[in-house]
Design a protein around this ligand. Sequence first.
Ligand code: SF4
Length: 252
Amino acid sequence: MSTSTPVSSQPAAPPPSLPTALNIDALDRLLAPLNTEQLLRQVILDAFPGRTVVTTSFGAESAVLLALIAGIAPATPVVFLDTGYLFAQTLTYRDRLADHLGLTDVRTVVPDPDDLAREDPKGDLHKHDPDRCCRLRKDIPLENALGGFDVWISGRKRFHGGDRATLPRVEVDGRYLKVNPLADWSEAAIADAFANAGLPRHPLIDHGFTSIGCFPCTEPTGDGGYSRAGRWTGSDKTECGIHTPKVRRNLV
Ligand code: SF4
């Protein structure tokens, strides 16, 4: 006996459209009553199934967002940028944490070797043009990796300060709806989440690192919190650029 999949006489509902810069404030207000888990469920499972990706550095705080994602939809694509300058401990932590949480689709993305051979043959671009180095090693590979998605979840928080101090929970960045579910979390809430869920910590925290990126551009601060003061010390650079709005970078 053959079986067939019933075909509904009703036309399929169109996928929800992405908000524009004009109606993002209305969406923000609509989502405001939802707690973090409800927001993630709404985005990943209900509104944009199969269209959502998470980016992570597997850094000092990453486990909190990833644990929430894993509890809702462990097959959610997780994109991780391996710039070629990461601490060995970060790569080990990526594997340990993904295994601990049961994440099944962690995608490690690397820079284009032709780009590096052409623009950074000596591997010292970070010393004299860190913005270009970040563009080659983070921004361009990320743009390629995110190409098939519409909704981008990031783990940034307002307490990081700088450009992040006024971070909304939802925003439009180029063609993406960007969701920042932990935007309003405090350092204490992050610490509580680690303790309550028994989440493994990045091994470099025990060595005084509070925000962990590429080794040439990261120093320990030893303050015990999640300060980004150890990133690009001695320069006025505070962000790698992947979260700088694309309109400000003339990329849209
Ligand atoms: S953080 Fe430093 S080493 Fe890493 S991509 Fe940016 S400039 Fe290059």
